[in-house]
Design a binder for this molecule. Structure first.
Ligand code: NAP
Length: 281
């Protein structure tokens, strides 16, 4: 059996090997999933290696867009989002790519908040690779509205324009995270806030927007793509708003990758334990 891996720069912190190997072990397939530290300039060389040695790999930062020119086939939404996190290597070395981040978010929202996507109104803060991949998925699955606030407003506007072209009936709005009036108006009518900036990863990071805009009367579930207990999540919990971090999203995006590669059912609880570094029982 050929192997699998995650590539990134950095990649040391990745929880994917623990999670994926738990799934392979559950199906008595050994522990074929490793990790490779691949710097941007090394991506081409890694792809040649992968064609010979691997059956599939996950891409994390900074390779999710950069991998696309190397692929023979790309799922249309992943291509539009310019974000691929799952690559399958066929026996003849042909590469096909897709993104499972949106599925991961959808399942995380279902698990954490009991919320489905159809008709649900979303507000993103942040507009990088994670927001792109997940926004296309949510739009495809029938989201009622997608509102995007980003430091670089032009990026939010570009994403909204791409989404509008593919999904003409979707309600789309954009703003700067510092536009308190607009955010406050959005929060009163939005069902789920998705924090998709990298702010909150490092201690001392500023909040992604003025957290005073969150109030206890809101009917807003707060999802932070970051796995840590960020100041945003702490504030949301203090106010009694439903709040969850990004672990379940990581889990379900990995589960979908496993199913794409193997055609086997992903053993969710074993993968969750593997992701958390616990022995599965
Ligand atoms: N749970 C999961 O499974 C999962 C999966 C993927 C990603 N994530 C998380 O999602 C987050 C975003 O990842 P990504 O791949 O989308 O990263 P990315 O492409 O680098 O995008 C980063 C985003 O953060 C914003 N940002 C960065 N520094 C900022 C600052 N000082 N002030 C305001 N905004 C700032 C950027 O705004 P500009 O556009 O203005 O630069 C951009 O919107 C990360 O925290 C990552 O850990 C989680």
């Amino acid at each position: 059996m050929r192997n699998y891996a995650v590539i990134g720069d950095p990649v040391e912190h990745s929880r994917s090997p623990g999670m994926q190997n738990a799934a392979f072990e559950f199906h008595h397939l050994g522990s074929p999933y490793g990790k490779y530290h691949v710097r941007p300039a090394e991506l081409g060389r890694f792809v040649e290696f992968a064609k010979r040695e691997l059956a599939g790999f996950n891409c994390t930062v900074p390779h999710k867009a950069a991998i696309i020119p190397y692929l023979d086939e790309v799922d249309p939404d992943a291509l539009a989002a310019e974000s691929v996190n799952t690559v399958t290597v066929a026996e003849d070395g042909r590469l096909s790519g897709t993104s499972t981040d949106g599925y991961g978010l959808e399942m995380a929202l279902r698990e954490n908040f009991g919320v489905g996507v159809e008709g649900t109104e979303f507000c993103f803060v942040g507009c990088g690779g994670a927001a792109h991949a997940t926004a296309f998925h949510l739009a495809r699955r029938g989201a009622g509205a997608i509102r995007i606030a980003n430091r670089t407003v032009e990026k939010a506007e570009e994403l909204a324009a791409k989404l509008q072209k593919l999904f003409p009936a979707l309600t789309l709005e954009t703003a700067a995270p510092g536009d308190r009036g607009t955010l406050s108006r959005w929060f009163t009518r939005t069902n789920v806030l998705v924090q998709a900036t990298s702010l909150g990863l490092k201690p001392g990071d500023p909040p992604p927007f003025d957290l005073e805009l969150l109030t206890p009367d809101l009917k807003l579930a707060v999802f932070d793509t970051i796995y840590l207990d960020t100041p945003l999540l702490k504030r949301a919990k203090e106010l009694g708003l439903p709040a969850a971090g990004g672990s379940a999203m990581l889990l379900y995006q990995g589960a979908k990758s496993f199913e794409i590669w193997t055609g086997l059912a992903a053993p969710i609880e074993e993968m969750r334990a593997g992701m958390e570094g616990k022995p599965s029982c």
